[in-house]
Design a protein around this ligand. Structure first.
Ligand SMILES: Nc1nc2c(c(=O)[nH]1)N[C@H]1C(S)=C(S)[C@@H](COP(=O)(O)OP(=O)(O)OC[C@H]3O[C@@H](n4cnc5c(=O)[nH]c(N)nc54)[C@H](O)[C@@H]3O)O[C@H]1N2
Ligand SMILES: Nc1nc2c(c(=O)[nH]1)N[C@H]1C(S)=C(S)[C@@H](COP(=O)(O)OP(=O)(O)OC[C@H]3O[C@@H](n4cnc5c(=O)[nH]c(N)nc54)[C@H](O)[C@@H]3O)O[C@H]1N2
Ligand code: SF4
Ligand SMILES: [Mo]
Length: 875
């Protein structure tokens, strides 16, 4: 494992090898981790989210804590600066803007990856001291529709479920969720429960076949945005067949009649499903008491995201299937502290502790608790509007903390232009170079995971500690401290004079007590006087508490609302649409997961999934490049021809940036269309045009050192021996050596060039002394080469001709693209083992070790076995 001691960095110091109990910084499952400064990472057997399990990303955390690429000092206009001069400048820019243009002329754009304490002080500074609500968060792109749906139905943003419900359920419905890749440990928990109790049924509702589909008894391939039609149809079916819970409805719910009437007006066939599929699903749902409906971005990230949420909630409310063991709707959070951010008021339309900006009593009480000079009077700008206000010149000073909007917001190129228009931009990040940081006037170095202390709340409302086990590198400071330092430089030092996160957490809990008489769901009294240093993972309001089994909703009448929702008009036309999402082994804009060599090997370049029929229409072969275009922008991606999607539906991951690709940033294509209620972007459905991208040459490179993402197409990634890159260009270069030296940054190396006129391939090997430092292969067609083998040679003393032969000898079988990241097992090794008779996941594990560590690749192992049996049957 790569720990910090491996690096020749004066800024590190040896830390005792003892393990620290902390929490994974990636997804909202919130797994407990035991971590050591030497890079040791283990699942915490005592954490109730994971009981010792970790997924491939969590297990590779040790490979991401090195200091390569870190931002280690404040910078002003690219020059290193001291904290004092940087904070003085920032305070001056913010204060001047507020004085000259009012508090709404400044904005913070923050993140569900901040710790609760960071989030709390950012919110306090903006809402209570600057006096604007222009603080929004990337959770707007993630959870906003769920928040809005919960508030409409329950009167509060309450997630009533617990993970245990998923294991106790008789039916788990996964809607718009690729749980196997995005919440892998929850997926493993459901898979284990299902294996132990095959009566547990799983339904997967997704227009696409995904790794999650393998777990499902029934896959409902709805049309994009077909969810409202489907769940309205379910509600109508439940009503028509007398399966509503009249007693629960009478006592606890309003809005039954209009919701059911509206549902009956819809046509469930608008979901794109067939009558038998609908009947099968409706019968299963109606006939099962213990149903948990899990939903994620296929629901939230839509122009009708809030309506989708309420269509789902309606069915649970109307049948009383909520708040009981094994029962309920369950919106799973994406980021490690998406839930904590919602608690402390990270969204521009919420106040701290689940209080409402619009409520004057709530505002007054929070202001008096904070003893603040002011309090925002109305909701602030939501993310997309906020960046539009940047573009139109309304925002004079912007602070982006722990998020990368130049990549992750829709209309990403427009966002770059908008940020460039803001007179003063500060970015707090852990990395020196990000697409957003590259636009900043001021860069503020934050301490990262493992170096900072605080709390996060996971999807089941469980608050866990993140604890430091590494020293803060360079001049970096924790986010809460940077925020408090700015407040102090702006003249509000007294209200932000905390000794540490424990004191901030205590204030957050105390605000809860001071506002307890408003009777909100967020009751933190269990945390009063808690031993912060030793805080155990604990759910609010208390462990295993279930909301809503006996009503007790948060509308003024104590009842929940069923909301009448109408399905959107079904899309017509034969154009291609683009769906976007995630890969198993990468995290968002890859600033951290991209560092781990064993994660880079899973899917190493930006690609688009395309149906074989569409590929044939576009004359695309495997390995070709595709040029996608919309009115907003364009991208060039590798075609991955697969029937995972249906005809006309493309899918591309969101991870690639301008740092590691040319033309791979997918949000350049996505329009800034949002849900009218939540303001959440519709990231999953964009009409696009596609064309084969004809390149004059295609190249592949492997290197010991970072590559440059050059060419009209270029994508670089970490490899097990350094770096790898895929390239293409539209003009044959005058000299291959010149081009390769530039892409590999290897002008100082000795080079051997071999041209193979038969294969029309040019091959170059770069040496430093006897050591093979780089390889480059180019040809007029996509390079077909055993990449894993070429990569394995880098850093060795393999002589040129052998290295340039480009394929493995018979004694060294090429493992193929990596499937199991933990044990580094490639697809060819797996296919060979399956052919030799290892036709169960367990047997494959015994034969190759694949799937025996974190288990995240098990769905892919299942699918490889299935492919083999289909191929055998066809023979
Ligand atoms: N590996 C990995 N895991 C992650 C993350 C990561 O970056 N990488 N990020 C984390 C974060 S912040 C989040 S928010 C979560 C997201 O977790 P998920 O929501 O599970 O992930 P996505 O891939 O964004 O989208 C889920 C699915 O929605 C489907 N979908 C698209 N349109 C529709 C539709 O109209 N209806 C339905 N029913 N489905 C549709 C897509 O085909 C896709 O398979 O993952 C978290 N976990
Ligand atoms: N097309 C499309 N777009 C999407 C989505 C999609 O499905 N499709 N999903 C959306 C969703 S759900 C989400 S959540 C967003 C995520 O999008 P982003 O939030 O933009 O992505 P990240 O790469 O997680 O950005 C986090 C940044 O914070 C930095 N960082 C890490 N740790 C720290 C720290 O401790 N302090 C500070 N100050 N910085 C730190 C990282 O280096 C990185 O630059 O993307 C959204 N965009
Ligand atoms: S499932 Fe994986 S990424 Fe999510 S918290 Fe657990 S270990 Fe981290
Ligand atoms: Mo997210």
């Amino acid at each position: 494992m790569t720990g910090r001691q491996d690096l020749d960095q004066p800024l590190t110091q040896a830390v005792a090898p003892a393990l620290t109990r902390t929490t994974c910084p990636y997804c909202g499952v919130g797994c407990g981790v035991l971590a050591g400064a030497d890079g040791t990472i283990k699942g915490d057997p005592e954490h109730p989210a994971n009981f010792g399990r970790l997924c491939s990303k969590g297990a590779a955390l040790g490979q991401t804590i090195d200091l390569e690429g870190r931002l280690l000092t404040p910078r002003i206009k690219g020059q290193d600066a001291t904290w004092d001069e940087t904070l003085d400048l920032m305070a001056d820019k913010f204060s001047t803007a507020i004085r000259d243009h009012g508090p709404d002329s400044v904005a913070f754009y923050v993140s569900g990856q901040l710790l609760t304490e960071d989030y709390y002080v950012a919110n306090k500074l903006m809402k209570g001291f600057i006096g604007s609500a222009n603080i929004d968060t990337n959770s707007r792109l993630c959870m906003a529709s769920s928040v809005a749906g919960h508030k409409r139905a329950f009167g509060s943003d309450t997630v009533p479920g617990s993970y245990q419900d998923l294991e106790e359920a008789d039916l788990v419905v996964l809607v718009g969720s690729n749980l196997a890749w995005c919440h892998p440990v929850l997926h493993q928990r459901i898979a284990a429960a299902k294996a132990a109790r095959p009566g547990l049924k799983v339904v997967n509702i997704d227009p696409r076949k995904t790794a999650t589909t393998a777990l499902a008894d029934l896959h409902l391939r709805i049309v994009p945005d077909g969810d409202v039609a489907l769940f309205n149809g379910l509600l109508a079916h439940l009503a028509d067949t007398g399966q509503l819970d009249d007693d629960y409805l009478a006592k606890h719910i309003t809005g039954r009649r209009p919701a059911v009437t509206q549902a009956r007006l819809g046509d469930p066939l608008d979901s794109g499903l067939t009558q038998p599929e609908l009947a099968q699903f409706y019968q299963l749902w109606a006939g099962t008491q213990k149903v948990v409906t899990v939903y994620s971005q296929g629901v939230n990230q839509s122009r009708c995201g809030t309506d989708k949420v309420n269509a789902i909630l309606n069915c649970h409310l109307a049948t009383g299937r909520i708040g009981k063991p094994g029962c309920g709707p369950f919106s799973v959070t994406g980021q490690p502290n998406a839930m904590g951010g919602r608690e402390v008021g990270g969204l521009s339309n919420m106040l701290a502790n689940h209080l409402d900006i619009e409520n004057p009593d709530h505002r007054a009480r929070v202001q008096s608790f904070w003893q603040s000079p002011t309090i925002c009077a109305q909701p602030g700008l939501k993310a997309v509007d906020l960046f539009q206000a940047c573009a139109s010149g309304k925002i004079k000073a912007l602070w982006v903390i722990s998020t990368n909007p130049a990549v992750s917001l829709p209309d990403a190129d427009g966002v770059v232009a908008a940020i460039a228009k803001v007179p003063f931009v500060a970015v707090s990040d852990i990395m020196a170079r990000t697409d957003t940081g590259d636009l900043a006037d001021v860069l503020l170095p934050a301490t990262g995971w493992g170096e900072k202390d605080g709390t996060v709340t996971n999807s089941e409302r469980r608050i866990s500690r993140q604890r430091a086990f590494l020293p803060a590198p360079g001049a970096s400071r924790p986010d809460w401290q940077i925020i408090c330092d700015l407040a102090s430089h702006m003249g509000w030092g007294k209200a932000f004079d905390y000794t540490g996160p424990a004191e901030i957490f205590a204030e957050y809990v105390a605000l809860g007590s001071a506002t307890a008489d408003f009777g909100r769901d967020l009751d933190l009294s269990i945390f009063a006087d808690v031993d912060y240093a030793n805080l155990l993972p604990t759910q609010w309001p208390q462990n295993d508490k279930r909301f809503f089994a006996d009503g007790g909703f948060y509308h003024a009448d104590g009842k929940a609302r069923m909301v009448a929702v109408r399905a959107p008009v079904r899309r017509q036309g034969s154009d291609l649409t683009l769906n976007t999402g995630r890969n198993r082994d990468q995290w968002h804009t890859m600033t951290r997961s991209g560092k781990a060599p064993r994660l880079g090997a899973h899917l190493a370049e930006p690609y688009v999934e395309i149906h074989p029929g569409d590929a044939s229409d576009l004359a695309l072969q495997a390995g070709d490049l595709v040029h996608l275009k919309t009115g907003y922008g364009q991208a060039v991606l590798r075609a991955l021809i697969t029937d995972r999607g249906t005809r006309g539906q493309l899918f591309a991951p969101m991870h690639w940036t301008r740092q590691n690709s040319t033309g791979g940033c997918i949000n350049a294509l996505v329009p800034s269309i949002t849900d009218p209620i939540s303001g959440q972007p519709a990231s999953k459905l964009t009409a696009v045009s596609a064309q084969k991208f004809t390149a004059a040459w295609y190249g592949f490179a492997a290197s010991v050192s970072p590559l440059r993402p050059g060419g009209v197409y270029g994508a670089i990634a970490r490899s097990l021996t350094g770096w790898q890159g895929e390239f293409a260009g539209q003009e044959t270069p005058p000299s291959w050596q010149g081009l390769a030296q530039d892409l590999l940054n290897m002008a100082d190396c000795e080079v051997t060039e071999v041209s193979d006129p038969h294969q029309r391939q040019t091959r170059l090997a770069f040496y430093r002394g006897e050591t093979l430092a780089g390889l480059f292969f180019a040809r007029p067609e996509p390079v077909s080469l055993a990449r894993a083998f070429a990569i394995s040679l880098i850093g060795s003393e393999t002589p040129p001709l052998q290295a340039l032969a480009g394929r493995s000898g018979s004694d060294q079988p090429d493992p193929g693209a990596s499937v199991c990241a933990c044990m580094n097992v490639g697809v060819n090794t797996l296919r060979a083992a399956i052919a030799a008779g290892a036709t169960t996941v367990q047997a494959l594990g015994e034969a190759t070790c694949a799937g025996t560590s974190c288990g995240s690749c098990k769905p892919e192992l299942t699918s490889l076995i299935a492919q083999h049996s289909v191929a055998m049957a066809a023979e």
